[in-house]
Design a protein around this ligand. Sequence first.
Ligand SMILES: C[S@@+](CC[C@H](N)C(=O)[O-])C[C@H]1O[C@@H](n2cnc3c(N)ncnc32)[C@H](O)[C@@H]1O
Length: 293
Amino acid sequence: MAELQLTGLAPRAALRAVRQALEQADVPDAAFDARELYRLAVGKDPRLDISPLTAEEAASLAALTARRAGREPLQYIAGQWDFLDFTLAVGPGVLCPRADTEVVCEAAVKLLQASGNPTPTVLDLCAGTGCLGLGIKRFVPGARVTCWEKSPEALAYLRRNARQALPGAEVAVREGDVLTDWQTLPPESADLIVSNPPYLTGAEMQALMPETAREPAMALDGGADGLVFYRCLTGPWKQILRPGGWLVLEIGYEQREAVLALGAENGWVNGSCRQDYGGNDRAVLLQKPRNRE
Ligand SMILES: C[S@@+](CC[C@H](N)C(=O)[O-])C[C@H]1O[C@@H](n2cnc3c(N)ncnc32)[C@H](O)[C@@H]1O
């Protein structure tokens, strides 16, 4: 992409030039991204700004536009992203929090609120930025939340978010491997497990959008059929939940049947699915039977 010459342009003209550059690079939702890049570079909302761009603002906006036109995720360029009503540090090495995942968090929060236990023990397995565990802590402040993550790069963001995203709230972080670490915990010690594990299939890993290809493969790759983590979470992790406890899983939009079937095979009850705001299947909820069920 040729470098944009934006110095002295009025905000609307600069915005138009940025949007066109992004459209030429096939960036989805170029108008939204152009406004966000303007805010990052100039520090003002372009719709309210009237001052022509200074040379410094123009150079900064041109540089950010070039990065986005190279299909770097907007979230990485911003270095932070909102989830529910708080803000998370984000960058290369960690999955960008998605709006779809908010539905998973809301489903877990509703189950905890309905349980009547003000201090539930909650595990967020495969935590990434910590969006799910922190989201639960935000709306169930008495919850004792531990976020589990294996990737050292993701852990750096997770630790930072656990310290900063919810001032005054304590969330524990544990470095470990979800595929084996169930062995390190006492049975029946958790009230709810939430997880958005890697769930793309081998075929999907070969056909990633350019932005997704910049995110860590380790955050995406769920094995040939995409189900490796769901087998472990519905299998051995079940013993870590107390009877009547819940497993809340984010799923890919075509995985509902397969994950509910794994739940049934492994003796979970009350399986159900929630859709995201786009109408796609997004969360599977499974309950561990109470002792007499
Ligand atoms: C799909 S991302 C989800 C991140 C976050 N929960 C979210 O919703 O944005 C999956 C996460 O699992 C982590 N992960 C992959 N394999 C793991 C393993 N064996 N044990 C623990 N975490 C793992 C990845 O590093 C990544 O952060």
